[in-house]
Design a protein around this ligand. Structure first.
Ligand SMILES: [Mn+2]
Length: 308
């Protein structure tokens, strides 16, 4: 029997890393031995969360290494964001739009439109009346905080809110001050190149046969992006070319004031920014006022545009 793993999407974020760890424990208790993995290097926010709760990091895995294993996907269901392929997927647990994924066999599949995969995992833990450890509750809380921007994202649901308070109680964590520390860690770009930042949270989609990619950097202030905008513009163009994307946007998101600076990589992207997002054209970038969610506000108009 092949080894079984639980893994989140490539360019892992906090929700995908904590989901892989906690859901591997859930599955191991329920049926079989699962280990947890991450599909790439962690960002500073996620590193902060794991060290805060003194948890060991899931180990990093490549597409090549994953071939030998049975792979349970958490926090994604899109092959273009995965180290898995349709031959070795053994389950999906997620909160994103459906990608039309095809598998070779019947698999466990649960997707709910919640603010985070962490929310869904805690829902399942409650359904089975399992007692959760203090640090594990803290990790799931961090997943909710990260994906819902501390309940401020338009993706936030009533279950996210309820579980946020329940989990912070169990974890004995003051969620507001903890979220501030997470967001400071997230906004620390020191030691990283502009290219690292643009590629750090980049997601790829296939819409109407087009390869569409959207990178996001969440921050508490635009100052880094103001200072580095020329290099950012050159780098988004370079990445689009290197990766052969049909469409590529990079978005800097001010998670405090909920505004997005959209950096288009070409003329087509500029057109889309004006048509689809009603963006306000600035000298070097486009302003999306009141926008903070790739999942709810940036990807759906792109998907609709190319799938129709
Ligand atoms: Mn997520």
């Amino acid at each position: 029997m092949n080894e079984k793993i639980v893994v989140g999407h490539t360019n892992p974020d906090t929700d995908s890393a904590v989901s892989a760890l906690i859901f591997s424990l859930y599955l191991t208790a329920k049926e079989d031995n699962f280990s947890s993995c991450i599909a790439g290097k962690l960002n500073k926010e996620t590193e902060f969360v794991f060290s805060y709760f003194k948890k060991e990091l899931p180990f990093e895995i490549t597409k090549e290494e994953a071939k030998e294993k049975q792979v349970f996907l958490v926090d994604h269901n899109d092959i273009s964001q995965s180290v898995a392929c349709k031959e070795n997927i053994c389950g999906v647990l997620d909160h994103h739009l459906l990608s039309g994924i095809k598998t070779n066999q019947a698999i466990f599949f649960r997707v709910e439109p919640l603010g985070s995969t962490s929310t869904l995992i805690y829902k399942m833990i409650k359904e089975r009346k399992i007692k959760i450890k203090k640090e594990d509750a803290g990790l799931l809380l961090a997943g909710i905080i990260s994906d819902t921007l501390n309940l401020n994202s338009p993706t936030t649901t009533s279950e996210d809110i309820d579980f946020y308070y329940e989990l912070s109680k169990i974890a004995e964590v003051d969620a507001d001050s903890f979220s501030q520390k997470m967001f400071e860690a997230k906004s620390d770009f020191s030691g990283k190149s502009v290219e690292d930042i643009i590629r750090g949270d980049m997601k790829e989609y296939s819409f109407g046969g087009k390869r569409v990619a959207v990178g996001v950097a969440e921050t508490t202030s635009f100052s880094y992006f103001k200072e580095n905008k020329n290099e950012i513009i050159d780098t988004v163009k370079k990445i689009k070319k290197e990766e052969n994307f049909d469409i590529f946007f990079f978005c800097a998101v001010d998670i405090i004031n909920k505004n997005t600076w959209l950096f288009p990589s070409g003329e087509k992207e500029k057109e889309l920014a004006l048509d689809l997002f009603k963006a306000i054209e600035k000298e070097d970038y486009f302003l999306l006022e009141g926008v903070s969610s790739r999942k709810k506000e940036i990807v759906p108009p792109l998907s609709e545009h190319y799938e129709k």
